[in-house]
Design a binder for this molecule. Structure first.
Ligand code: CP
Ligand code: NVA
Length: 310
């Protein structure tokens, strides 16, 4: 996607619908040629720095493997080992890293911090999850849906659970490809209304709708895709007992998915808690695409890396 060279990826709200759709197509192309053993070394000599303030399995490994496959290198850094962990300003860190690296991928507690880093870095900054967004996840989610359902038009996604980072990015991503999305959360756990309003505008232009409800059955009704994330995100561990209570009735289980289309896809960004946000029967059942979805993190992020860096 040539128009993206040098750009940051902080949120898909900063991208046009066409750019998002092109990234998904490129992801599938890269997947096909990589599986045929012909991944082009488009990032030879390039280094991606990866900064983590939180744990990760998929994001860390898929970015590192993706850079390797494209002929480049990735460096893992935990923020506590860097001087930012001792209070060095983010702005100085952004300037300094721009002198060494070709891009930065960061998983951070605060989206504001990532924005500040991006303002001061002259190289692309890629959001690998913040408190508000998880755009790389949403790109892999779209890729998984496209590869199994063909077209996005006419599809409905149901997200049931916490109105969190994953929900926000999924809503924006769905709007960009003209898929209907319904989000069902308990009262007090709704997605950010400003993000929803922006997504609704994008969706309108693409002929789809974004709805928010407290009724999981209404959300899942006739859904083609049913999506879950954890009820307690990283950094919210102290609230987990309260959340377990508050999310009662929002588990995705056989009774709930009975309202979806019979060929619905179950998706979960992972890691998952079986028998909390989703029953084992659903997540380990025939309609679950979770491992294909996790693999697609690799392909979707390679599309991002190639588009921003090559
Ligand atoms: N889905 C996701 O981002 O997984 P990790 O936390 O393992 O990176
Ligand atoms: N909402 C979860 C997603 C993990 C990939 C979290 O932020 O912990």
């Amino acid at each position: 996607v040539s128009s993206l060279k040098g750009k940051d990826l902080l949120t898909l709200l900063d991208y046009t619908s066409e750019e998002v759709q092109d990234l998904i197509k490129l992801a599938t192309q890269l997947k096909t040629i990589t599986k045929a053993g012909r991944c082009p070394k488009l990032l030879e000599g390039k280094t991606l720095g990866m900064i983590f303030e939180k744990n990760s399995t998929r994001t860390r490994i898929s970015f590192e493997v993706g850079m390797n496959q494209l002929g480049g290198k990735a460096m893992y850094m935990h923020s506590r080992d860097m001087q930012i962990g001792r209070g060095e300003p983010i702005s100085d860190t952004g300037h300094v890293l721009s002198g060494y690296l070709d891009a930065i991928m960061i998983r951070a507690n605060s989206h504001e911090m990532v924005k500040e880093l991006a303002e001061h870095a002259s190289i692309p900054v890629i959001n690998g999850l913040t408190d508000i967004y998880h755009p790389c996840q949403a790109l892999a989610d779209l890729e998984t849906i496209a590869e199994n359902k063909g077209d996005f038009k006419g599809l409905k996604v149901a997200y049931v659970g916490d109105g969190n980072n994953v929900a926000h990015s999924l809503v924006v991503a769905s709007a960009h490809v003209g898929m209907d999305i319904a989000v069902a959360t308990p009262v007090g756990y709704e997605p950010d209304p400003e993000i929803i309003a922006k997504a609704q505008e994008i969706a309108k232009a693409n002929g789809s709708i974004v709805t928010v409800t407290t009724d999981p059955v209404a959300a899942v009704k006739n859904a083609d895709v049913v999506y879950a994330d954890v009820w307690t995100s990283m950094g919210q561990e102290e609230e987990s007992a309260k959340r377990l209570q508050d999310f009662k009735g929002y588990q995705i289980n056989d009774a709930l998915v009975a309202h979806a289309k019979s060929d619905y896809m179950f998706l979960h960004c992972l890691p998952a808690h079986r028998e909390e946000e989703v029953s084992s029967s659903v997540i380990d059942g025939p309609n679950s695409y979770i491992f294909e979805q996790a693999e697609n993190r690799l392909h979707a992020q390679k599309a991002v890396l190639v588009s921003l860096l090559a």
